[in-house]
Design a protein around this ligand. Structure first.
Ligand code: OSB
Ligand code: MG
Length: 373
């Protein structure tokens, strides 16, 4: 990581946007047809940095929502950085340390600061992070469908598109039989499931048949704030447990490693409070021989660019939930669109900073509220 430059923060603009998804996305906590987020725009010495706060309209994945994030960004984070000289991501983290939680809000600003840093230094985020890959392996996260037949049909479409790894969202009643049907239809595909905290330890026995489906991992079966029961769950399963929601800081990653609560961690910079924290979790897992992969939050081209840069680090061993732009949006807010290569990879951006430019007309057309400071 680079911690050299000083940036005078001259203005901060928040764009609360809502974008139609190409298809509804259903998880154990709800169904989305529109994706909301807050885009952060920071101006400093003639440059503009962009960031994406991935909080969505409802508190289903995280307690944060786009609404709470707008509030925390405007009333608490902005005053700590406006008109100030910010050295780097860690300097920013120190300044916002007194704000408890609200990691998604913090991460949106940290991303914009990285974009500015890269633009100032003439380097890509990948270069600033020390990433080793120019393209990263990716998969697709498939929402819950009405029937196993519909799920197989949806998965078949993505396999045809070239995705070599598929993640199935599961919930009670749509788990073992749905995943089993996909496994039978696609015996060789790399397959994994994500429960988004829909179960408790009482369900472990009924989920046990998942162990026979040759899955890469079972993601976040239990409560979003739990680590200990995941240890007990992991002890019952041969399939690696992967934690998403439960790992909200490098400290929590250490707890999970020490408690043997999982064998894999899904890294999302938003959930952890910023890209710097994502890199720390990556480094900690690497030292402990625990593979990681890059999670997704249905990002726009801005967040997608940052995920690709992060996933270029060496211990991102499993394919990420970073699919091509056309899997999410007909019209994105970046001029650049990300496409799937024939080997199920996506190229890591090479331009300065995030390496993407914003389509201001598209941004405006999706904006519900704009707050300039
Ligand atoms: O748990 O990984 C998750 C989307 C929203 C909230 C939580 C999750 C997800 C995904 C989508 O799985 C991954 C993607 O961006 O394609
Ligand atoms: Mg998840």
């Amino acid at each position: 990581m680079s911690y050299r430059n000083i940036m005078k923060i001259e203005s901060l603009t928040l764009h609360h946007i809502s974008m139609p998804l190409v298809a509804p996305f259903e998880t154990s906590f709800g169904r989305e047809t529109e994706r909301e987020c807050a885009i952060v725009e920071i101006k400093s010495e003639g440059l503009t940095g962009w960031g994406e706060c991935v909080a969505s309209y409802n508190p289903g994945y995280s307690y944060e929502t786009t609404g709470t994030a707008m509030h925390i960004l405007k009333d608490f984070i902005a005053p700590l950085i406006l008109g100030k000289d910010i050295k780097d991501a860690l300097d920013f983290q120190n300044r916002v340390e007194g704000i408890r939680g609200h990691h998604l809000a913090k991460a949106g600003v940290e991303m914009a600061l990285w974009d500015l840093l890269g633009k100032r230094e003439g380097k890509s985020l990948r270069q600033l992070f020390g990433g080793i890959r120019d393209k990263v392996e990716v998969g697709v996260s498939v929402g819950i469908q009405d029937s196993p037949e519909k799920l197989i049909e949806t998965v078949a479409g993505f396999v045809k598109d070239g995705y070599a790894r598929v993640k199935l969202k599961i919930k009670p009643g749509k788990d073992v039989s749905f995943a089993g049907a996909v496994r039978s239809a696609f015996p060789d595909i790399r397959l994994q499931v994500d429960a988004n905290s829909a179960y408790s330890m009482n369900d472990a026995d009924s989920l046990k048949p998942l162990d026979d489906l040759n899955l890469l991992l079972i993601e976040q079966p239990l409560f979003e704030d739990d680590i200990w029961d995941h240890h007990k769950f992991q002890a019952k399963f041969n399939t690696p447990v992967c934690l998403d929601e439960s790992i909200v800081s490098p400290r929590h990653a250490r707890y999970a490693i020490e408690m043997k609560a999982c064998k894999i961690i899904n890294i999302k910079a938003g959930r952890l409070g910023g890209l710097s924290q994502g890199i720390m979790v990556h480094d900690l897992c690497r030292e402990n021989n625990m593979p990681v992969w890059c999670g997704g939050m249905l990002e726009t081209g801005i967040g997608r660019a940052s995920n690709l840069a992060l996933a270029s680090l060496p211990n991102f061993i499993l394919p990420g939930d970073v699919s091509a732009s056309d899997r999410y949006y007909k019209r994105d807010i970046t001029n650049e669109r990300f496409v799937l290569n024939s080997d199920s990879t996506i190229d890591v951006p090479t331009g300065h900073g995030l390496g993407v430019t914003v389509d201001e007309d598209a941004l405006k057309s999706y904006t519900r509220e704009r707050v300039g400071m």
